[in-house]
Design a protein around this ligand. Structure first.
Ligand code: HAM
Length: 430
């Protein structure tokens, strides 16, 4: 009989890996608590209209990636309803905010969530059809300070803290402002005009986007279209005075906190609700994510509550791709394990130990990672230890001490070389 397998794009999480998932979630909960966030859990499915209105009909998510079905009423008299597995959680959080009249308190709401989301994307490493997000949203009536640039900076600073506490290395924050809804409208129009004479040169997807949602063209990774995209107008030139000032304040607060960032004028993000600040955190190539190097994304959505029929409630939030975070942690840990020392110094005889230690001191002070063997070791034992621990072995015998010319074995090529002591540091670094 044919066996039944997990559905394409979904996967089982098993021990011992689940321990890492729990560690990540516990760390996130502890960081969120320090910043005053409380947990919200919204349903896994919602009315389809929530995403159509909130995320936007023209986005990739809504136009082609949602798991949507017609839920029949049980009784004849019940009407059917179109339902959708949530592809993201921001729309659900804002729906709950409106439904439970959280604005009545007049306070800022700080909410976080951890849970699965569903998108019918082409599965690959770091991209699944059921994936987990760890996200947070800050929203409230304008008089609660919800539209302040301070909130944007606080959320970004919290993310930097969380990634550092988890031990993610080499993260980069890409930051932009997409302005107010009006700015975006004007910018979209400018893009449409700029694209009209050249769009026929672009890939099919971009030709369609140039018509329906020109902002999406900026996200395109199609290598042939990059030249045209680089020449398009920049959103920064379309920001009104208030949005520009807001962005300056976000950057100033980040500078004050020492959170590094790069302004990326093309970062507009794939969801329609964004206004003003948008951002993404990426990790360097080789961190286990392949082409899916966006660890998390987010931004401000000052008009979303009203788009969903609620009161004015500016907000900002983010969602971390938890699967990607775990892949990165695993890849970076493996890399750390594999990392060998720059050199192993092998003294030839106990009499050479002091000189070998002195050489190690010099090399370590020059920033190299070094281990020293022992003069008691037979040569074979030194070779074995060195091969296990280091990329190169430095033989330190009587001759070497006298002449200042050292014998260095390079394990990667299996060759031995004579290196003057004055050139040793640069030779070992190479
Ligand atoms: P998003 O950029 O669509 O934003 O998703 C956020 C993160 O979820 C991505 O950066 C990525 O790490 C992860 N992710 C997305 N799709 C997949 C997938 N198919 N497989 C694995 N990971 C994936 C949002 O969802 C917004 N709701 C974020 C937000 C919150 N904006 C404001 N508040």
């Amino acid at each position: 009989m044919a066996t039944i397998k997990a559905v394409r794009g979904t996967r089982d999480l098993l021990p011992p890996e689940t321990a890492l998932w729990n560690h990540v979630e516990a760390t996130a909960r502890s960081v969120f608590a320090r910043y005053g966030f409380g947990e919200i859990r919204t349903p896994l499915f919602e009315a389809t209209e929530l995403f159509a209105r909130g995320v936007g009909e023209e986005t990739d998510i809504v136009s082609k990636e949602m798991y949507t079905w017609e839920d029949r009423g049980r009784a004849e008299s019940d009407r059917g309803q179109s339902l959708t597995l949530r592809p993201e959680n921001t729309a659900g959080v804002v729906r709950a905010y409106i439904e439970h009249k959280l604005s009545d308190s007049g306070m800022l709401e700080k909410l976080f969530y951890i849970g699965p989301q569903f998108r019918r994307e082409r599965p690959q490493r770091g991209r699944y059809r059921q994936f987990w997000q760890i996200g947070a949203e800050v929203l409230g009536p304008p008089w609660s300070g919800s539209d302040s640039a301070l909130r944007d900076a606080e959320v970004l600073e919290m993310l930097a803290t969380l990634l550092d506490e988890l031990g993610i290395k080499g993260w980069r924050l890409a930051l932009n402002s997409v302005g107010s809804a009006d700015d975006r409208k004007r910018y979209s129009e400018a893009l449409r005009q700029a694209l009209a004479p050249v769009k026929h040169l672009m890939c099919e997807d971009n030709q369609r986007r140039a018509e329906t949602n020109p902002l999406r063209v900026l996200d395109s990774k199609d290598p042939n279209d990059q030249e045209i995209i680089n020449g398009l107008p920049k959103i920064a030139d379309f920001l009104d005075e208030a949005s520009r000032e807001h962005f300056e304040q976000v950057k100033a607060a980040l500078d004050a906190c020492g959170v590094p960032y790069t302004v990326e004028p093309r970062l507009v993000r794939g969801l329609d609700y964004y206004t003003r600040t948008t951002f993404e955190f990426t990790v360097p190539d080789g961190s286990g994510l392949g082409t899916q190097n966006a660890l998390l994304g987010g931004g401000r959505y000052d008009g979303l509550s009203e788009m969903l029929g609620g009161p004015r409630a500016p907000g900002i939030g983010f969602a971390i791709g938890e699967d990607r975070l775990i892949l990165t942690l695993q890849a970076q840990a493996a890399e750390q394990e594999q990392k060998k020392l720059d050199a192993f110094i092998a003294p030839m005889g106990v009499g050479q130990n002091p000189g070998a230690l002195r050489l190690a001191r010099e090399l370590r002070r020059a920033g190299l990672t070094v281990e020293v063997g022992d003069g008691n070791f037979r040569l074979k034992k030194s070779f074995e230890a060195a091969d296990k621990l280091a990329r190169k072995m430095v033989i330190f015998g009587e001759d070497e001490a006298a002449t200042g010319i050292l014998t260095v074995k390079d394990f990667s090529v299996g060759e031995q070389a004579k290196v003057p002591r004055t050139e040793l540091v640069s030779f070992l670094k190479s």
